[in-house]
Ligand binder design. Sequence first.
Ligand code: PYC
Length: 343
Amino acid sequence: MASLHFSPVSPTLSDVESSDRERRMSGREREVRSVRVVDSHTGGEPTRLVVAGGPDLGRGALSERLARFRTAHDEFRSAVVNEPRGSDVVVGGLLCEPCDSTCAAGVIFFNNVGYLGMCGHGTIGLIASLAHRREIAPGEHRIETPVGIVSAILHENGKVTVNNVASYRKAAGVAVEVPRFGTVRGDVAWGGNWFFLVEEHGFELTLKNVEALTEFTWAVRCALNAAGITGDEGHEIDHIELFGPSKLPGVNSKNFVLCPGKAYDRSPCGTGTSAKLACLHESGKLRESDVWRQESIVGSVFEGRVAVRDGRIYPSITGSAFVNSEAELILDPRDPFCNGIRA
Ligand code: PYC
């Protein structure tokens, strides 16, 4: 595999362009930053991959670099994904040099309100973007994330299979009292992020119901928080996932996934589908040889499987991403919304 060129902290203009621009600029203007991004979507869910011009997070484990990103460079996160450059739906990925030399890359995912442990649709987008830049070829590539190493197979047909971190159900059939909606039961599960998975909700999962689905899932998330129902080590359950029947032939289920910043996932959610696969396997409804097809609220489909090693469940998710833009973001300190519109 060709090794990737990592230049996350330096501007990406060519030397000649840079020095021309330098000569024309003075004072504050010199602080204008150039950030190189590749935009893609995976089943309708956007990913903006920062390939150059990101903050210097130093060395060390990706979890340590994420902590540095959060405490010292959070404005960069907001500048890249929030309005007016982005929107609540955009998930950002900062391409990082990996610590482990067997990995092709490291990545830290982020969104309109914070950071993600892992992101399935984002990893598919990352692989499609690196392939678009001719930085990787078909085959398997190991990727470092803040929650562990995952691998991704770029298939000859452009599809991508993400072999996710070990996933598991922490608790089944947990009841929570949700104001205005009553008792809601769901499973608490980890798939690289924390999820509350609900089968019984009474809603039809269609795009025309998105407002009602958002209101309900947000109320569930707030109720879990208020009741002190969390993932391991007190981690907030910040993704809520509803399931219903799919009308597509051969597809097992349709979902609606509310993400931490109140936007819904347009894709079937890679980490959410992983959490679902872990729950299905743990309840004896999915064997290692089975394929689970998960439809998203917009009609895109991921294929999921599980492998069990040393008693742990490793989901894999297959989907496609398409690159739709390569761009240079300009962060001009004179712009009052240079760092995005923040709450
Ligand atoms: O695909 O894992 C995912 C994901 C998480 C949040 C949005 N998408």
